[in-house]
Structures are given as C-alpha cells and as structure tokens.
Design a protein around this ligand. Structure first.
Ligand SMILES: Cc1ncc(C[n+]2csc(CCOP(=O)(O)OP(=O)(O)O)c2C)c(N)n1
Ligand SMILES: [Mg+2]
Length: 567
C-alpha cells in the first residue's frame, strides 16, 4: 500500500516502533488518524490497536499502568488543548512515577482557505488556538515537540519513543495539526532504527564497595526503597540483601510496588515502624525513593551514613529536596542492589568477623514474625478486616492496585502479597488512578486477575462511569473494592492536626470532607455493565467478594462497596 497521508505515516510509524495500543479520544483534529487506522487495516498493514477512551485521564492512567507492567510506552491521542486539560492529575503521577508514555495531541489547523486540506472549517478551531497548548503539561512532560512538517515525522516518533522509555522514563508530548496530518507523507523519511532507549548507568564499582563496606560494619543498617521491587531483579535483590545483611526494609511512603514479601521478617510495612527503623539506623541505604522518610517523624542518629542510589539522585524535578545524603550514586536501583549483594557476599566470605556480624543480625531479624491480619467473623467491617478477607479469597498471582489513601497502611500491613509485581499503584498522589490503572494492568496481563482497592473519594476521582464502560468496551474486567468511609478522611485529619483545639476538632468533622449524597455504588456499577455489591457486615464480605470475583472471571467488571467505619 502506498501511504497517502501523513496520518497514515504516523500510525504506521507508531506500529513500527512497537506501540501496541493507541488510546483515542477523537475530535475534529483526529479525522485523518481515524481514517488512517481503517485504511491501513483494509490494506493489511500493521497499526496499533485503537481503544476508545471516554475520558482522557482514565486512558493516561491505563497507559501508565501498561508501562509499569511491560516497560513499553503506549500512545494516547487527545483532542487539542481541551483533551490535554482532561489528562488532569494523571500527568502528575506519570511524572512522579517515571512512566514512559506518549501523548499526541491535535493542534488546531493553520490553513483556513477553501482549498486547505484539513484546514479550519468550524468555529472551535479558532477557539482552540491557545497561546501555549504544551504549557498545560510543561511542568510534567519530559519532552515536548510540535510536528510542523511531514518530513520531521519519523524523527519525532522515534524520539518520542526513545525519550519516553529512557531512564528516568517520562511523558513525551507531541502536537500535530490536522492539515499536517492531511499532507502527503514524506516516505523518504521513514527511519525507525537508530533511536535506542538508554539505560541508566551501572553503579560505579567504588560506590558499591563503599556501600557494602558500610553495611558490613554497621550496627543497625536499614534499606529504604519505594520502587526497587518494580522488577523481578530488584525484588530478588531486596530479598537477598535482607537475608544476607539482616536489615529491615521500609519505604512505602509513596505507595508503589511490593518490594519484599509481606511475610518476610525484614518487611516493615507501617509508617511509625519505618520511622523508628530509620531513627535507629547508623547506615541508611536509600534506593529509588523520593520521600525516604518524613523528617518530622525521624530523628537521625549522630554520625549516620546515608547512601542514595537513584537514576536521578539529584531530583532535579523537585525544587526543595534536601535529605542529608553522604554518597549519591546515579544508577538503576535493582542493578545497584544486586551489585551490593554480590560485594557484601564477597566481604562476608573473606572476613569471618563480617560473616558473623551479618549472621547475628539475620538471626535477630528472623525472630520477628509477620502476623497476618485477623478477620472478624461478624460485626462491622474494618479496613483490616477487608484486607484479611481479600487475602483469603484472592490468588497469590492476582495483581492488586492500591489507592486506599488513609487506609493504605491497612493494605500494606494487612494484605498478604508475597510475590513480585502483585501489588502496585501510581506511587504518587494524583487521585483517580486505580480504575484506569486497572484497565492498563489487565491489558498488559490478560491472564491475571486485577483488583483495585480504592477509597470512596478516589473511586469517584477515577471517573467510574467511563472506566467501567471502558472495561466493558475493551474486554478488560477488574474488581474495584471501595473502602467507603463516607468521604475524604485524608482531608479531614489535617484540619484536626493543625487545629487540635479548633472548632472542627470539637465538632469531630470538617467542611468539605463528608459525602452525604454519595452514589449508590452497586447501582452505578450496574448502569455501567458491572457487577455490584454493597457490604456492611463482616460475615457478608467473603461471599460478596467471591461472587464479584466470579463475575470478573466470567469477563464482567465488578464493584464491591465495603462500608467501613467513619471517624
Ligand atoms: C486529584 C486530586 N484531588 C485532590 C486531592 C487531595 N486529596 C488527597 S486525599 C483526598 C481524599 C481521598 O478520599 P478517599 O479516597 O475516600 O480516601 P480517605 O481519605 O477517605 O482514606 C483528597 C481529596 C488529590 N490528592 N488528588
Ligand atoms: Mg474515603
């Protein structure tokens, strides 16, 4: 097939770069792309699969989650400035979680003459002409480019994939106008090769040696990591270091993946316990963590040594980041941990005193046992009770997404997750990720069950009508477990915290935080082709979860509303 338009060329190039999905919310700007998808299909040419998105932030979360599962950036096409605005808070999560995604936005046409192919022919095309469309996401995108000429297309798409996926990964944002999309393609510019994804450097050997020596000599070391467990290599290295060095593993302040089995004696899931471990430490190894501890909760020991390993240890995107670090190492966290484990192993082999010290620490640590959360058989539901029930009914390989906000700690402490990749989340606080994220995880892992645990507020931020509809459209069912505590607990507690004797604390409520007219969640689910359950009593939870999981296994999304205490 001889390609006729730059839009056909664009779609072909995306496929040539391995982009499997194009999440599309169409507008007047996308007509050439829509036609290209069909014309390429007609000719049997490769093209990404197009999935209809009915809300942009939901599909951005899906692309973000797909990246987390596969390390392959996908593309989402949004409608000019308005569609870019609807990406909303999910651009924040993409930035903070270093997700490789490609966002292509239409740009209002330049031409307006009667013969201008793709030129302006509707009033909106003047209204969409805003002074700085990329400015909407400028603080969040890693790289921005406007495609103004057909001959730049191959370089623009190649660079977009390259920049998005290169560590630290991020958002590549392209704009392209309808008239450029209608232009004849420059097929003499179709280079696909030569855009390698760069990998972060391996850790410098002398840095590894210093860290291993410090861990070998330490009296009370701690590993703080938010995301080392994102890869199989990282998860294995965390566990190996925990076993060898006998150190506690903490660092769930940002959410994110399971870094060590919830049953492992080194696992420190709670905030207070994590702060205590950091306060007690004489050597702190921070690996890929943006918020290793809360200074307000931690008093560091005099003479503590802090090592920081990260693909971007300077954290240039965070204006005020001033953790006291002695040695900053720019490296991939999982690779660095594996190297540290190997070096520490060598030290232990060659120095019996080191081997003895590590063995003593490990033995002490193994005395800690991780008690699973208890499930009450009857009475009111509690977040811990919900976790215990979920631990009972889900499989070890099911993938859980956490957006539980003030109940996140119940998830980390109470939900049994023993395997790599079976707990994830946006690792950032732009609420509304869990539902779109579930769609993306299910797309990437169709053989796995996907379960989102969300606050009631977070569920609503996730645009549930769109997300549940998209689950049905895309064939990507998931279970959403809502922890319904009557609204925004996270926005109420700080009012009490700042004004302990204030009027809000006395009234035990704060304005703008309680839902008195929440939706009927099961009815909302039913309206969107999903199975719905509402549970108020502990004894009803396991059967309701089992019914919901059966619906999911049969291909239908499901929502289980768990009514938990309001305080
Ligand atoms: C997009 C977005 N808007 C607002 C906030 C501020 N915020 C943080 S937590 C929270 C409440 C979340 O409510 P819910 O999910 O029900 O969890 P709960 O606080 O009840 O545990 C809000 C509004 C945010 N983080 N992200
Ligand atoms: Mg809530």
């Amino acid at each position: 097939m001889k390609l006729k338009t730059t839009a056909e060329h664009l779609v072909s190039l995306l496929a040539a770069h391995g982009v499997e999905y194009l999440f599309l919310n169409p507008g007047t700007d996308t007509a050439p792309v829509q036609e290209a998808v069909y014309s390429l299909a007609e000719a049997g040419q490769p093209a990404p699969k197009v999935l209809l998105s009915t809300f942009e932030s939901v599909s951005l979360a899906a692309a973000h989650a797909y990246w987390k599962m596969t390390g392959r950036p996908q593309a989402i096409f949004v409608h000019v400035d308005a569609g870019t605005q609807n990406l909303g808070a999910q651009v924040h999560n993409v930035l903070r979680d270093r997700a490789g995604v490609i966002v292509i936005a239409g740009k209002t046409p330049y031409g307006q003459e009667a013969d201008a192919s793709g030129g302006r022919n509707a009033p909106i095309q003047w209204q969409q002409d805003v002074p700085d469309q990329p400015g909407i996401i400028r603080g969040y995108a890693k790289w921005i480019q406007e495609i103004t000429r057909p001959e730049m297309l191959d370089r623009a798409i190649g660079r977009a994939v390259q920049v998005a996926a290169s560590s630290p990964a991020g958002m590549a944002y392209l704009t392209v106008s309808r008239d450029v999309l209608m232009d004849p393609p420059r097929l003499d510019h179709s280079r696909v090769a030569g855009f390698p994804v760069s990998v972060p450097p391996a850790p410098a050997p002398d840095a590894v040696a210093r860290i291993a020596a410090a861990l070998a000599a330490a009296e009370a070391p701690v590993l703080v990591t938010s995301r080392a467990g994102r890869t199989a290599e990282g998860f294995a290295a965390v566990e190996a270091l925990a076993d060898l060095a006998g150190l506690p593993v903490t660092g769930r302040l940002e959410g994110g993946p399971v870094n060590i089995s919830s049953r492992h004696p080194s696992n420190v899931a709670g905030r207070a316990e994590g702060a205590a471990a950091v306060s007690a430490a004489d050597v702190i190894l921070v690996v890929e963590s943006d918020v290793p501890w809360l200074p307000a909760m931690v008093t560091l020991r005099d003479g503590v040594q802090v090592f920081h390993v990260d693909p971007d240890p300077a954290k240039a995107s965070m204006p005020l980041w001033s953790y006291p670090v002695d040695v900053a190492v720019q490296a991939d966290g999982p690779a660095a941990l594996a190297a540290i484990v190997a070096e520490l192993g060598r030290l232990a082999e060659s120095e019996p005193t080191v081997a003895q010290r590590l063995a003593d620490r490990s033995a002490r640590l193994r005395e800690r046992t991780q008690a699973p959360a208890e499930r009450a058989d009857s009475g009111p539901l509690t977040p811990f009770g919900v976790m215990a029930a979920l631990s009972e009914v889900i499989d070890a390989e099911d993938i859980v997404i956490e957006e539980a906000v003030t109940n996140a700690e119940a998830v980390y402490k109470g939900l049994e997750r023993t395997r790599q990749g079976t707990l994830t989340g946006p690792a950032a606080p732009g609420l509304g990720w869990a539902l779109g994220g579930s769609l993306g995880v299910k797309l990437a892992r169709p053989d796995r069950r996907v379960i989102a645990i969300t606050g009631d507020g977070s569920f609503l931020f996730g645009v549930p009508t769109s997300a549940l509809m998209m689950a049905a459209e895309w064939g990507t069912p998931f279970l959403a477990v809502i922890l319904n505590n009557g609204g925004y607990r996270a926005s109420r507690l700080p009012v009490y915290g700042l004004f302990p004797d204030g009027v809000s604390a006395q009234r035990r409520t704060a304005v703008g935080t309680r839902f008195t007219r929440a939706p009927d969640y099961p009815a909302l689910a039913a309206a969107c082709h999903a199975h719905g359950e509402r549970v108020e009593k502990a004894e009803d939870l396991v059967p309701a979860l089992r019914r919901a999981l059966a619906a999911v296994d049969a291909g239908q999304a499901a929502v289980v509303e768990c009514v938990v205490e309001q305080d």
